[in-house]
Design a protein around this ligand. Structure first.
Ligand code: ZN
Length: 300
């Protein structure tokens, strides 16, 4: 199949004199579908020019409540690999895969991380999916992506290994940077409010405690009682800042800030990148931005 398409590509190139070099015309990219934008950034960093990726839930999108379209089913049907987070993040995935009839391998990028249980909301005791918020976990994602790309496209092994090694070194440097910044924040100031419970892995790795009125999934709204508990907590624990998110409604946090006098510390990016013009078009930008916002609010 692949060989036939390659031949066809070269023949058309010759026919229309497209001017493509032999290598460009002869090499078909590995088509992959990725469930959400943060994971797509990892795939792009490892796959580089050999891989053509499509994200189902794009920048600023909320994967918790996503409803796939027929166009998504066609993308999945065409893919050689489908990368997902796993840990229950993409509750809509199984139906989409079935509907598409795809033969693609489904790769859970979080495989091998130590899952944390949800401690809030209706799904207590099941896994918390937001594992990418620890950079150490992100490195496991990247290794899994590298191995899956090599398995699907062994001829690209050297490219995948080289790019993965380079990106993993950047993530090492990023993690050092995160730790160095957070060390400067005194222990008694390390409490913040975020909209939904997306930062438990960040908390466990780096020691900033997050409290959220909305649970791990954004499917259920915070109740008046939940909000009351948070407001009381902000007052008794002297919590200094509340944060907005790009995937959640800002009104609730503005209300909580207004009632307690806590300041709005800025926007944290939890489950999605921003577009090119935003603060977090890549995972590395996302982590840097979040840490800068946290330090800015907690050190002032
Ligand atoms: Zn989330």
């Amino acid at each position: 199949m692949l060989a036939r398409r390659v031949l066809l590509g070269s023949a058309l190139g010759a026919l229309f004199g497209s001017g493509l070099g032999a290598e460009e015309a002869g090499q078909e990219k590995l088509k992959v579908v990725v469930s959400f934008s943060i994971l797509e950034d990892f795939v792009k960093n490892v796959g580089a020019e050999r891989v053509e990726s499509t994200a189902l839930v794009g920048p600023n999108g909320n994967a918790h409540v996503y409803a796939p379209s027929p166009a998504d089913a066609r993308k999945v049907a065409d893919a050689r690999l489908v990368f997902v987070n796993g840990l229950g993040f993409e509750g809509w995935l199984d139906r989409l895969v079935k509907a598409s009839g795809t033969k693609a391998a489904i790769v859970e990028a979080s495989r091998g991380i130590a899952p944390r249980d949800r401690v809030t909301g209706n799904d207590q005791g099941t896994a918390d999916p937001h594992a990418w918020q620890s950079v150490a976990n992100a490195k496991i994602y990247v290794s899994n992506i590298r191995d899956a790309l090599i398995a699907a496209d062994p001829a690209g092994r050297r490219i995948y290994e080289t790019h993965a090694a380079r990106y993993l070194a950047k993530l090492d440097a990023l993690e050092d940077e995160v730790k160095a910044t957070i060390t400067r924040i005194p222990d008694d100031r390390r409490r913040v409010i975020s909209t939904h419970d997306a930062f438990a892995y960040f908390d466990a790795a780096y020691g900033i405690h997050f409290i959220a009125p909305q649970g791990v999934s954004t499917e259920t709204e915070a109740s008046a009682r939940d909000v009351g508990v948070i407001i009381k907590q902000i007052r008794t624990q002297r919590i200094r800042a509340v944060f907005l998110e790009n995937v959640s409604d800002a009104r609730l946090m503005r209300q909580i800030a207004g009632e307690t006098g806590a300041k709005i510390g800025g926007v944290l990016y939890s489950d999605a990148l921003t577009d090119e013009n935003g603060d977090a078009p890549t995972y590395i930008d996302l982590v840097r931005h979040n840490v800068k916002q946290l330090a800015g609010a907690l050190l002032s």
